[in-house]
Design a protein around this ligand. Structure first.
Ligand SMILES: [Zn+2]
Length: 296
C-alpha cells in the first residue's frame, strides 16, 4: 500500500484528526517528522527495531513538533499515533528546517548531518551482531554553504561504537587516530571543524580555479558577495556565515583526493590529529606519485 493510500485509510479510521488538526498542520507534522527521523531513532534504546516507529515520541521531539506545527502536546500525541507509520516509511529527503522555538537560544538547524548508518559498519562488530543501533552520540552546530540557499545552519551528529571504539562522522569514520572517508560520499563535504560545503559549491570553485584561473581568495569573495544572499548567522550562533580562503582550498583538496581514490578503487585515509593544513599532505604526495608512475 502506498503512503498516500495509508494516509487516506488512517484519516478514514480517525476522522476526528481532521477537525482537531488542520490539514496543513498534519502535512507539516509529516514533513518535520520525516526530517527528524534520525533524531527520533537516536533517542531510542540501542536494541529498538529501526524499522518500526516508537509508540511514544521522545519528549524533546514532541515539544519541537508541537512548536513547529503550533499544536498542543495532546495533539502531538494523537498525530504521532495517526501518522507514525507513514512518517517511518517516507523516504527521507532534504527538507529545510529552521524553526525558532520560544525560550530556546539557538534555532533548530536547517540541515541535519548524520553518518550514513545507524549501525556500526565493522563486519565483526559484536553490537552489530546483536542488532544494536549506535546511540552514543555527540552533536554540534555547524555551517553548511549551499549553492541555492547560501549559508545555512546545520547540526552535525557523530555516533560512537563502544565495541569497536570507532566514531562515525558525516563523511568519515575515526579509529586509532586515523580518519577513513566512506566509499559513498553524501552531498556535502566537511572542509573545517565546524564548516561543511555542498559539492556543487566545491565544483563551482574548482571550475573557476581550473578554467578561469580564479584565485581561492576571489572564489571566497564570489560566494560571500553573490551567493550568500546577504544571510547572517543567528545572533547566538558560534560560526560566521562567511567562506574563507582555507575553506576553498580544503574543499578543492578533499574533493580531488576523494575523486582520485574513487577512480583507483581505494579509500582515503588521513591522520585525524594535527593541523588541518597538514592532514592531507601525505595523501596528496601519494596521489602525485601514483599519477607520475603512470607516465613512466
Ligand atoms: Zn562496532
Amino acid at each position: 500500500m502506498s503512503s498516500f493510500q495509508l494516509l487516506i485509510q488512517q484519516l478514514e479510521y480517525s476522522p476526528d484528526a481532521i477537525t482537531s488538526n488542520s490539514l496543513s498542520s498534519l502535512f507539516r507534522f509529516i514533513t518535520i517528522g520525516t526530517t527528524l527521523k534520525n533524531d527520533i531513532i537516536l533517542a531510542e534504546p540501542s536494541s529498538a527495531p529501526i524499522n518500526d516507529p516508537p509508540s511514544v515520541l521522545p519528549p524533546a521531539i514532541a515539544r519541537f513538533l508541537g512548536a513547529g506545527c503550533a499544536i498542543s502536546p495532546a495533539q502531538v500525541s494523537d498525530a504521532w499515533t495517526l501518522l507514525k507509520d507513514i512518517i517511518w516509511t517516507v523516504l527521507h529527503r532534504y527538507l529545510p528546517l529552521l524553526l525558532l522555538i520560544p525560550n530556546e537560544p539557538v534555532p533548530e538547524a536547517e540541515h541535519l548531518l548524520y553518518p550514513p548508518s545507524s549501525y556500526c559498519l565493522q563486519p565483526n562488530c559484536s553490537c552489530r551482531a546483536k542488532g544494536m543501533m549506535l546511540n552514543k552520540a555527540k552533536q554540534h552546530y555547524v555551517i553548511l554553504f549551499t549553492l541555492a540557499s547560501g549559508p545555512c545552519t546545520a547540526k552535525s551528529v557523530y555516533l560512537y561504537c563502544e565495541s569497536c571504539k570507532i566514531d562515525y562522522h558525516y563523511n568519515y569514520s575515526v579509529s586509532e587516530g586515523e580518519r577513513t572517508y566512506y566509499e559513498n560520499q553524501p552531498a556535502n563535504i566537511q572542509v573545517a571543524e565546524h564548516v561543511y560545503m555542498a559539492k556543487e559549491v566545491i565544483e563551482l570553485f574548482k571550475t573557476a580555479m581550473d578554467l578561469a584561473w580564479t584565485s581561492a581568495t576571489n572564489c571566497a569573495r564570489l560566494y560571500n558577495i553573490c551567493l550568500s544572499h546577504g544571510k547572517q548567522a543567528p545572533a547566538s550562533y558560534g560560526v560566521k556565515f562567511e567562506v574563507y580562503v582555507d575553506h576553498v582550498w580544503d574543499g578543492y583538496v578533499i574533493s580531488s583526493l576523494l575523486e582520485d581514490c574513487k577512480n583507483r578503487k581505494s579509500s582515503l585515509t588521513i591522520p585525524h590529529t594535527g593541523e588541518q593544513r597538514d592532514r592531507f599532505t601525505a595523501a596528496m604526495i601519494a596521489k602525485k606519485s601514483s599519477h607520475t608512475a603512470l607516465w613512466l
